[in-house]
Design a binder for this molecule. Sequence first.
Ligand SMILES: C[S@@+](CC[C@H](N)C(=O)[O-])C[C@H]1O[C@@H](n2cnc3c(N)ncnc32)[C@H](O)[C@@H]1O
Length: 242
Amino acid sequence: MKIDIITIFPEFFNPFLETSIIKRAIEQKIVSINAHQLRDYSKNKHKKVDDTPYGGGAGMLMTLQPLDDAITKLREKNSKVILLSPQGKKFTQKKAIKLAKESHIILICGHYEGIDARIENYIDEELSIGDYVLTGGEIPAMIVSDAVIRLVPGVIHEDSSEEDSLQNGWLKYPQYTKPNDYKGHLVPEVLLSGNHQEIMKWREEMRLKNTVLKRSDLLKNIKKSDVQAKKIEEIKSNSKKV
Ligand SMILES: C[S@@+](CC[C@H](N)C(=O)[O-])C[C@H]1O[C@@H](n2cnc3c(N)ncnc32)[C@H](O)[C@@H]1O
């Protein structure tokens, strides 16, 4: 997988690309990820990439010419060009799973007041990382890249992403590490039992419980078995009693 990021702050990405799992994925050549300076594509003699908005108003807008030229240079036959924007569709784990199957993603980071709206003619889609406005698309580009890269086969242990929260709609069960007694806070007995079957049963139950109690909004989008549906009702009615 290849990811190209178009930004006026490529240096923003240095620590992201040089740390931990992303660094290893790059070193192992599972992914290649590059941040490109948008100003390098500006035909303006001062390398300007912004201008005032027609109709007036506060702030500056990014102009089309440098973006058009950068996209044209980087785009390949199967590229997916994504604009990061608070106006886009919400980025989710489901979307990350889809994007992890792409061979080439181009991420465009806006800045200032955003980008000339005619950018829609040069992109494939617009993604938002949440309902709030950030100063630029660099953090959103890192979020999208990070969520996608860890799902590319070989980057992390696949069993680990398979059981992750949201991967199949559910939240993950709670996890604990040593010591088993920390200031009187104990690890559930079943996890110390060594009984694999009982542990699996407990984890399944806790996965449901976590989802019902922490993110019941997710339940409507999950296909449930009859056993799971019954268990969910049980958890809901028990939580009302507390
Ligand atoms: C200050 S914002 C521009 C917001 C724009 N004036 C609006 O109201 O829609 C500057 C840039 O930050 C990025 N950005 C801000 N919030 C974002 C979000 N929630 N998701 C993705 N990108 C975002 C976009 O690239 C955007 O062009």
